[in-house]
Write a protein that binds this ligand. Structure first.
Ligand code: FES
Length: 138
């Protein structure tokens, strides 16, 4: 059971336990302040996103974490962002876990992404949406 406490503005902060107990590339779904949030550990950090796909509301926490194919030349196949892309289980659209933007900008809107922090070896999450203005990639 995650521990919770009050963060600065009265928003509930939840401790999700030790970073080392969060496996790489696996979505852990938690409920914080009535929101279902997927938390994933990547090589570059821990990221959190809402469980409602901006396409048609699919349960994106039931999707999978992977990378994606990058724009490339003819007969080139370049894979990137490994561990930083979540693929929705309903129609397979992909979203960056850091920004919530859809890969390639094909879906308007954005997956909500939330604050995470690692303190003293533990992972904390707040249901505070991160605003990423004008960015297309993490
Ligand atoms: S509902 Fe997620 S891709 Fe369609």
């Amino acid at each position: 059971m995650p521990a919770s406490g009050e963060a600065g503005s009265g928003v509930t902060e939840v401790c999700l336990g030790p970073l080392q107990d969060l496996p790489l590339g696996v979505i852990r779904t938690v409920e914080i302040a009535g929101l279902r949030i997927g938390v994933v550990r990547a090589a570059s950090g821990v990221y959190a996103f809402g469980d409602r796909c901006p396409h048609q509301g699919g349960p994106i926490c039931a999707g999978r974490i992977a990378g994606t194919m990058l724009p490339s030349g003819r007969d080139e196949y370049i894979y990137g962002y490994d561990g930083l892309v979540v693929q929705c289980p309903w129609h397979a659209y992909e979203f960056y876990v850091q920004s919530g933007e859809s890969v390639g900008g094909v879906i308007p809107g954005r997956l909500p992404v939330y604050e995470t922090e690692i303190r003293d070896g533990d992972v904390y999450c707040q249901p505070v949406r991160i605003r990423v203005e004008g960015e297309r990639v993490p």
